[in-house]
Design a protein. Sequence first.
Length: 488
Amino acid sequence: MNFFDYIKNESFFKPFTLKYRRIYYDCIQILIDKTKELPVLYESDAKDSITIYLKNLGLQNQEEVSEEKAENDKDTVQEADRYSHMAEETGGDLQAASIISLFRDCGWLLPREIGRNGEYVVNVSIDCRRVMDFLRKMTEKSGEGMMSNRIFSMYEIVKSALDEDSVRRERPYTNILVPLIDNETELKNELTDLKENISAIMKAVIAFQDINSFGQFIMKDEMLDRFFSEYFFVKNNGLIPTQISFIRNKLRVLRQGEMFEKMVSECAENLQINDDEARQRVERYFAELQYFLSVEYEDNMELVDRRINNYYNLANTRIMLMASNGVRLESAINDFLNAVAKLPEDEQVRAMEKAADCTRLISQKYVGYKSFEKTKRLKNEGQNIGLAASELSEEEKNLKTEELFKNAPNRYSVERVADFLEMQFGNDCEINLKERQLKTKEEVIMFAAAMLYARNEEFPYEIKLSEEMVRTDIADISHMVIRKCADK
């Protein structure tokens, strides 16, 4: 549904386009806060709150005008003068009663309603409350820990959904699938912000003309610290890869059986659509989550990693250029040595002596802790200090081997290939390679890896190969037909 079809009020955003939009925004936020404090907000209390705010605004802006006039900031002075003389300038435009009337006309406040004591009650509309809460969260966004919190929330949702006594299982579409999609969308936005922040930092580095201002940027810029700290926490924290793998594996469990059918029926009931449309929507949500966690998240993190490396290289180059005052020392030294090499031997000696007089090298050495640290020898109390020989059982060997496979990163593991094929299937029953257009090297390698896993018990697909070759711009690959195994 289009947003304006939902609002059904063409004047809903009118206060944001008027002359005193900043004041109107503050006034509606004051009324929303008052409704949270008081069980019933009467119109007299609402008018008093707005009147106090307008009086304080006039006094504050008179002081700001006197300060800003000294700085000759004409535009800001005109804006402040307009606010400071608002009583004489506007007459009744910025009275509390006129502001409340404007809010009712644009749909921010509900129509007048008489309370128990016979006085009018001020009720903020639900649409206005939600929009204003969103704007407040957007402007007060700190940017600290948002990415990791999204991943933790998704992990907690999936983990609790698997418990038999979980209340989320009563309404799985509303309490499991929709929150997962919301967190995944916000996580995408955080990754986008992360990439944009790197571009902003690189532009700021290029703009610096002296090493002092560059040093101040590195030492004091809080945004830079928050940006890097959150990224490296997500990248280096050992819990997050494990949690993402857990979420990805359990999504396949939720996608099958009774839970999936329950999600489809709830989606159809909530959105007033038929079962086929609800099934397609739920399937699309699961496919989007699987693709993001399996492919898109890793690709975005690698892209951010490359951009951070570019930022470090750019900062290093910028420091070298500013420290050398624009002179390329390597080139100058190379030219000097080439010129000296062409001179006679006696002139070479005199040139090097004069060059030595122009430079002063001082050797600075520091005594480290290791220089005077006493080595503590372990006392041998007569016990046998040899290493005991022991053999591992077959069960222990299998556990060690499985642990090594889990810790070793494999871009083309059974799970990733299975996730890739699951997205390729969509609503089809089989994949015919002739009918597919392989455009990237990644897709070719995924299909090649599927051939290797064809006889693997954990691989849930059946592959039928033929001697015919499928020729693409990327590579030539054997033709195959892939079907889902009925018993897996």
